[in-house]
Structures are given as C-alpha cells and as structure tokens.
Design a protein around this ligand. Structure first.
Ligand code: FMN
Length: 362
C-alpha cells in the first residue's frame, strides 16, 4: 500500500528522497484552463527554500520547477500535471547511516521496511515538502479564481508569542513575507531571531507554532462525517514532518471555556446567516461557515542538533552521537514550515471546492 497521494478530486502524488536525483509531484484532477507558469511556482518555492538567511538550513537549493506535462500555451489541459525539481546541493558524506539520530525517522523506517535511504533523512526529510509547495502553488492559483487566499505565519517560538493579527489578507501577507522568520509581528520577530540565534550557537534547536488563516472561504466546504474540514486540515498538517499538534479555532483552549464563552452567536451578515464571532475557527459540523478558517500547527524543535546525544548504532550498541559540525539543519523548522502549511491548506481547499460541485443539484 502506497501512501504518497493526497486529496480526492485534486489529487497530488509526490516522490523523491532528500539525496536522490530529484523531487517531483503529479497532480491529477486540476481543471483545464487554469493559467499558471513555472515562474509563479518558483516564487512559492523561493519562500520555502533553504539557504535564504541565517535562520534556516544553509543547504543551497535553487529549486526551479520543470513542468513536464499537463500545460499547453500557459494553461492547464485537464491532464496530469507533472512537476520536477532537481536536487542540486547534496552532501551525503554527513550521514554515515550507522548511528541513529534521536528524533529522526531512520529507526522507524528500518522497523517497517527493513531498509532505508538514510541520506539526509531520505523520504522523511523535509525536502519532500518542496513537492507540496509546488503543487500547493497551483492549488492557490485555482483558489484565487474564487477569491480564496491561504496565508500562514510564525506566531510563536519557544515561549515568545507574536501579537495577534487583524487586517485584510494583502496587508498581513505584506508584513509576513517581508519578515525573515515569516512572523506577523516585527518586534516579536526580533526577539525570536535572538532566541533562535542563541539556540543555534549552543548547538541546540527550538520549537515553534504556525498560525493559518484562509480568507474568502465560502460556506459549505467539507463533508460529514469522516471528511470534515477540520479532520482534512488536521491530516494535512500532521502529515508534515516535525508537526506535533493541530488546533482549529480556540482549539485546546476551548477545554477551559464555558458554552456561554465559546458559542459564536448567529446573525445576518451581508444577507446570509453567519456566526458573528469565530471561536469555532470557520467550521461547524465539519463544514465551513463562510468565516475565515483559523488553525494552528505546532512544530517540535529540530531533532538534528550539534549537542552530544545518547543513541545506539544500527546493531543496538550504545553510542555518544556527535553530528558533523558542518552538517546542515534548520535551527527552528517552524520558519520554513510556514509556506508548507499554506500549501497544504490550499490543497485541502482546492480538493473540497471541486468536490462541493457534486454536493447538490439546486
Ligand atoms: C520545513 C521543515 C524543515 C525541517 N528541517 C529539518 C532539519 O534541517 N533537520 C532535521 O533533523 N529535521 C528537519 N525537519 C524535521 C524532520 O524532517 C522530521 O522531524 C523527521 O522526519 C522525523 O519525523 P517526525 O518529526 O514527523 O516524527 C524539518 C521539518 C520541516 C517541516
């Protein structure tokens, strides 16, 4: 059983390993006639890229997409879209494969498959997320035809929190995309930068929280009961490497509230019945309410750290692991996870939007 495909109507299959020749995605189900270019996909990839600044992994990948099929004269044809991204900056000598890195996936893959391409984390590496972002750029373009915009930002690093965000998506996007950490709050970002720098200098890493907001989502997306919108988003986000928690709306905070504090009162908004507040996070009964989708994703601290750690080799012999000091890792994976969270949200919504066309005859 493979498990490398995602979505039902807008279906994406990804392939490739961190230190293999290339990474790729095939999108099946994208409607014909969508105008899209390699340059638009590259712009999304550039935000996910390593080597962008001192707060992310120094691996240098140009990440230019080649569109091999499904596009003719600048528009999708309705046939499978095949995307290819070459791996250029591979340094496999940093990984001997004999010692297990605590917090990484080599041991689990060995237990499951009996063999593993351990180089750079292989298939478990966040390198795989380049495919999600490439496919997500096409989904975002599709969604923009309906006025839907998915945006994510870094809202917490360690115990440092950004101020909450209010505003139109264009303003928030401008602030987030120009910040080196993709944080919405420039003051908090400066403190976060210092914390990440300190952790990095100590050979350590730090966790973080990513906020997602999707504007312009129509009411009615998501299906009862196993394909609820929040379940789809949770699956999308928890399929990301290093993600450890997902919340929608008030999330875990809802457990501390009373009904009178948590209920969103209904009222009339532009001629439609809508909740007037959004503690639910944009869904009720698993179906979107017409308000913004609001969710958060928690990312653990990067497992590959330069501090000495206790582990074992693949024979089970105890080892004190000291990573090659020149090996390249993100000090805080939540930063580069921001465009990936956005991409996954776009894939979920593009799928749900196409499926919604099957839901009723009138
Ligand atoms: C954007 C992003 C970048 C990442 N960069 C690194 C990294 O540089 N080094 C590392 O050890 N793990 C990194 N990870 C996390 C690992 O891929 C992940 O922890 C590992 O595959 C084990 O899976 P799990 O944490 O989901 O259980 C990154 C994750 C994301 C989302």
């Amino acid at each position: 059983m493979g498990s490398n495909s995602f979505g039902r109507a807008f279906q994406v299959t990804t392939w490739g390993e961190s230190h293999g020749a290339a990474m790729g995605a095939v999108i099946d189900g994208c409607p014909a006639g969508l105008e899209i270019s390699a340059e638009e996909i590259d712009a999304a990839l550039a935000r996910r890229s390593p080597g962008r600044n001192q707060f992310v992994s120094p691996r240098k990948e140009p990440d230019r997409v080649e569109i091999l099929s499904g596009l003719f004269e600048g528009r999708t044809t309705g046939t499978p879209i095949s995307l290819l991204i070459w791996n250029r900056d591979v340094k496999s000598q940093h990984y001997d494969g004999k010692v297990l890195r605590p917090g990484h996936a080599q041991a689990s893959y060995l237990d499951k498959y009996g063999r593993v391409d351990h180089r750079g984390g292989g298939r478990a590496s966040a390198r795989e997320t380049v495919c999600r972002v490439a496919a997500g750029a096409i989904a975002q373009k599709l969604l923009s035809l309906w006025g839907i915009h998915c945006l994510a930002w870094l809202c917490q690093v360690g115990d440092l929190q950004a101020a909450s965000v209010d505003g139109k998506w264009e303003q928030v996007q401008q602030a987030v995309w120009t910040d080196p950490l993709f944080c919405s709050d420039p003051e908090a970002s400066k403190q976060m930068q210092k914390l990440i720098q300190d952790c990095s200098e100590q050979g350590d890493s730090i966790g973080g929280l990513v906020q997602l907001c999707c504007w312009g989502v129509p009411a009615g997306l998501g299906d009862p009961v196993y394909e609820k919108m929040e379940a789809l988003l949770a699956k999308a986000m928890l399929s990301l490497p290093a993600s450890k928690g997902f919340e929608i709306g008030e999330g875990f905070g809802a457990a501390q509230l009373r009904g009178s504090q948590h209920n969103d009162p209904f009222g009339s908004l532009e001629g439609a019945i809508r909740p007037l507040t959004n503690r639910a996070g944009g869904t009720l009964g698993g179906i979107t309410t017409g308000l913004e989708l609001m969710a958060r994703v928690a990312f653990k601290p990067t497992s590959s750290i330069r501090k000495t750690q206790s582990s074992v080799d693949i024979e089970g012999k105890p080892v004190q692991l000291q990573l090659d000091p020149t090996s390249r890792h993100d000090p805080c994976v939540a930063i580069r996870a921001v465009p990936v969270v956005e991409a996954m949200a776009a894939l979920v919504l593009a799928d749900a939007l196409l499926l919604q066309r099957l839901a009723r005859v009138e």
